[in-house]
Design a protein around this ligand. Structure first.
Ligand SMILES: Cc1cc2nc3c(=O)[nH]c(=O)nc-3n(C[C@H](O)[C@H](O)[C@H](O)COP(=O)(O)O)c2cc1C
Length: 370
């Protein structure tokens, strides 16, 4: 730390369960679509290690739990031996620089089409409601979704088991823990949100029933690898992928409260102002009730800059702040925040560009621009 730089709240140490973090700035999970054939690639070693600091927490890009989990080109998985082996040097590189690395484990559910599914089958979901075709985030062509197939009650434990196995694989690959992706309209969210879930079995109807799938995954994963290595990400207020809820506040509080039973290490929530992926809006809702209900480490994300992050920490609205786009474009975000230095601008066109370098590992460090 620079001798004259005063310590800002984001740069104070924090103990997250058994992990000693040296600051509060977290790399948010960021899909980059550069894992060809669903296998993590060597270029991810440089990408993640550029964003690693000693005692800093990193969350990996969303990583598929099974061969039915994918819905985007070239996203990584963690269900095969080959994928586990391919993650190892990436995790090792983060550890070599003193980082703490959680793997975000993911199932897209209905946000998929036949081309991503084994034997061209329909994607699975809580219900059989099709998604409207939409511009994918890379903006190049209209994503076509195949109408999903509703999982039968008897099949659900198999999907829970896929998350359990993926978590075990993540630990085998060397990750320090996993973040269960329960946000943004993907499979777990498709169960939680009443805009999608119209089931009449024990996984649908009441709030308790709609959250059952998420909590069964939490329990299975915590039993498999230890609750001290498990986090979850939730976006109760978001309605991406036609996955909104009529009472997001009740949903968020119910989940925060229920998670306490399992003693997981963190709960990561996306700010209500992130109504759409990528733009923040003014909104009256807040995560404070969930922050108060959850007894572990509380991470927030969504539209934060340096000042807002500092305020969230100093006002005890969060323990940690995850940065997405700013960290994507500023590998040395920590140092820039420390010095209050100017930031590189992110380039949306290359977020998902498939290129192993461009828009990925070529954002300059402060030294390069000085
Ligand atoms: C390129 C890109 C990829 C993303 N991929 C994921 C992902 O894999 N998993 C996830 O939970 N959120 C994902 N998000 C959401 C971010 O984690 C974050 O919540 C969002 O960008 C808002 O935070 P920010 O304002 O700091 O960017 C992604 C966002 C962007 C811009």
């Amino acid at each position: 730390m620079g001798a004259e730089a005063p310590t800002i709240p984001l740069l104070t140490p924090y103990k997250m369960g058994k992990f000693d973090l040296s600051h509060r700035i977290v790399l948010a999970p960021l899909t980059r679509q550069r894992s060809y054939g669903n296998v993590p690639q060597p270029h991810a070693i440089l990408y993640y290690s550029q964003r690693t600091s000693k005692g800093g927490l990193l969350i990996s890009e969303a990583t598929g739990v099974s061969d039915t989990a994918q819905g985007y080109p070239e996203t990584p998985g963690i269900w095969t031996k080959e994928q586990v082996e391919a993650w190892k040097p990436i995790v090792d590189a983060v550890h070599a620089k003193g980082g703490i690395f959680f793997c975000q484990i993911w199932h897209v559910g209905r946000v998929s089409n036949r081309d991503f599914q084994p034997n061209g089958q329909a994607p699975i979901s809580s219900a059989d409601k099709p998604l409207t075709p939409q511009l994918p985030s890379n903006g190049t062509d209209v994503a076509q979704f195949t109408p999903p197939r509703r999982l039968s009650t008897e099949e659900i434990p198999q999907v829970v088991n896929d998350f359990r196995l993926a978590a075990r694989n993540a630990i085998e690959a060397g990750f320090d823990g996993v973040e269960i992706h329960g946000a943004h309209g993907y499979l777990i969210d498709q169960f939680m949100k009443d805009q999608v879930n119209d089931r009449t079995d024990q996984y649908g109807g009441s709030l308790e029933n709609r959250c059952r799938f998420a909590l069964e995954i939490v329990e299975a994963v915590a039993n498999e690898i230890g609750a001290d290595k498990v986090g979850i990400r939730l976006s109760p207020f978001a309605d991406y992928m036609e996955s909104g809820d009529s009472n997001p506040e009740a949903l968020g509080i119910y989940m925060a409260d229920s998670l306490n039973k399992y003693g997981i290490v963190y709960c990561h929530m996306v700010e209500p102002r992130m109504k759409t992926l990528g733009e923040k809006c003014e909104c009256p809702q807040s995560l404070l009730p969930m922050r108060k209900a959850f007894r572990g480490t509380f991470l927030v994300a969504g539209g934060y800059d340096r000042e807002e992050g500092n305020n969230a920490i100093s006002e005890n609205r969060a323990d940690l702040v995850a940065y997405g786009r700013l960290f994507l474009a500023n590998p040395d975000l920590l140092k820039r925040f420390e010095l209050n230095a100017p930031l590189n601008k992110y380039n949306r066109d290359t977020f998902y560009a498939l290129d192993p370098v461009v828009g990925y590992t070529d954002y300059p460090f402060l030294e390069d621009t000085a």
